[in-house]
Ligand binder design. Structure first.
Ligand code: FAD
Length: 460
């Protein structure tokens, strides 16, 4: 399962269908790669992709939700096995808080499913869009790492598909070495097909939150060390632009779970729809437009001003304890902040594009194993979701060939020597440009919004 994840590597030769070619990005938008992308929705489909890879001598790179900042979920020129369509909850024991899920289930799906029974994932990274497979692959940490360890500590067992096609059930008792190596193994040892996880019991949908202002980095570290004994979660905001003796100043937030009986109405606060903050700021400004208001401040002077205001406001507010839901901030705010920073959070951005007042209100999921929900049709990330166009082909010759092939989406398929056209909707044009320019020309000709969720072709 070796991978070449840097962008620009040559596309694997052979007869993998060109319709599968897709350009994928890391979350930080600093790296991208064109791969043959497969999104199976069953374990059999995953096995078929491995067989296909073996038959074509291609490598397989695994991808969950692609929330890794860099290139961890990219596999240039080879197969990218995207597990995001394997998102069924297979079994749930609300008495013990033990859940058995497919690897594409996200952290958000997990808590939405379990919270009304009084359970919450023991470890939650800073994004809720990450999948369980990706979280295990990276052994992610939460804001309580010193107390409960990373997510691997809460895994009961998993099924791992090895590159040779074998499926092994691993736990601390059986296949212990593989169990410990695959957690945090970057998907290099095999593919998680299902995961059994132990969740944390919660007695309320709220947490007690207390802020502490730190005037310097030393003070911030002191606050952390002092609060670790009593806190369930600790997170620090650091003013990265402060200078002199104020370097590292900021605010530490401590959050603690409520004990049994501390919340007078646990049944209400544990409801899924109580877990999101209001879709407006101060009841007036729609959260979805906050990023527009913040845009003028996205420069050094503006950020200094915001940091200064935030720091002073925190000092003026003092150490008041308040109660907050587990799941905050709202996706719209997250998306706005990401946009301001020039980053793209596709799922959040889609939410932010909804008209004001129609913000997502998650519905309580149905009890019992979830029915299979067909995967959304994907579009080329650069073409629609982020509103960017695919880059034009690099060379003049390549551009001319693309122009000759007709308007975008209507030209015949562009193939490399040895590749076959299985669309049968026009005589293919043979690509004679460089390896580097080929994926771009391919993208430029791809029909907009073309479906990529077709069945996995059987290995020849
Ligand atoms: C806003 C934001 C905040 C974050 N905060 C935190 C944080 O607080 N703590 C933290 O630890 N991380 C954090 N992260 C990083 C993120 O949680 C991890 O990168 C996580 O692994 C992403 O999960 P994913 O499903 O998107 O996986 P991907 O990014 O798609 O893949 C990650 C790795 O897992 C492997 N993988 C994916 N699926 C499988 C599978 N089924 N079987 C085997 N391997 C697989 C991939 O090959 C890859 O190596 C944050 C990321 C963002 C964008």
């Amino acid at each position: 399962m070796s991978r070449s994840a840097h962008s620009g590597a040559a596309v694997a030769s052979g007869t993998l269908p060109v319709e599968r070619l897709e350009r994928l990005w890391g979350w930080g938008r600093t790296s991208s790669a064109t791969s043959y992308v497969y999104r199976p929705s069953t374990p059999e489909g995953v096995l078929q992709v491995f067989e296909l890879a073996r038959a074509h001598g291609a490598t397989v790179g695994l991808r969950g939700a692609g929330q890794s900042y860099g290139d961890a979920a990219l596999n240039a020129g080879n197969i990218c096995l995207d597990l995001s369509c394997m998102k069924r909850i297979l079994a749930w024991d609300p008495g013990q808080g033990i859940i058995h899920v497919e690897p594409g289930v996200t952290i958000e799906q997990l808590w939405q499913y379990a919270i009304e029974d009084g359970w919450w994932p023991a470890v939650v990274p800073g994004t809720m869009f990450a999948t369980l497979g990706g979280c295990l692959g990276m052994n992610v940490h939460g804001k309580n790492n010193w107390a409960v360890g990373p997510i691997g500590e809460h895994v009961v067992e998993f099924d791992l598909l090895l590159p040779n096609g074998e499926v092994r059930r691993c736990s601390r008792e059986h296949e212990a070495e593989l169990f410990h190596a695959a957690i945090g193994g970057f998907g290099m040892l095999g593919c998680f097909l299902s995961v059994t996880l132990r969740l944390k019991k919660v007695h309320s949908g709220l947490l007690d939150v207390e802020p502490f202002v730190a005037r310097s980095l030393d003070e911030m570290i002191e606050v952390f060390e002092a609060r670790m004994r009593t806190a369930d979660h600790l997170v620090g905001w650091v003013d990265g632009l402060a200078q002199g003796g104020q370097v590292g100043r900021g605010v530490v937030h401590q959050a603690n779970h409520l004990g049994p009986g501390d919340d007078p109405e646990p049944a209400r606060t544990l409801r899924v729809d109580r877990q999101t903050l209001p879709a407006t700021l101060m009841g007036v400004v729609p959260a979805s437009v906050v990023w527009r208001l913040m845009r003028p401040f996205m420069n050094e002077i503006g950020l200094r001003l915001i940091n200064e205001l935030r720091y002073r406001w925190s000092r003026a507010s003092g150490r008041r304890v308040y109660r907050q839901s587990h799941a905050a901030p709202v996706p719209e705010l997250r998306a706005g902040v990401a946009r301001c920073a020039g980053l793209q959070d596709a799922a959040g951005a889609r939410a932010a594009e909804r008209p004001p007042g129609t913000a997502r209100r998650p519905q309580a999921p149905p009890r019992g194993p979830l029915p299979h929900v067909p995967c959304r049709r994907r579009v080329l990330a650069g073409a629609r979701v982020q509103g960017h166009r695919a880059e034009p082909p690099a060379t003049l010759g390549a551009r001319r060939r693309v122009r000759r092939a007709g308007p975008r989406g209507r030209g015949p398929p562009l193939l490399r020597e040895g590749q076959h056209d299985d669309r049968g909707d026009g005589a293919p044009r043979l690509w004679r440009g460089t390896d580097r320019a080929f994926p771009r020309a391919q993208e430029a000709l791809r029909p907009r919004g073309a479906a990529r969720d077709g069945p996995v072709p059987a290995a020849p």
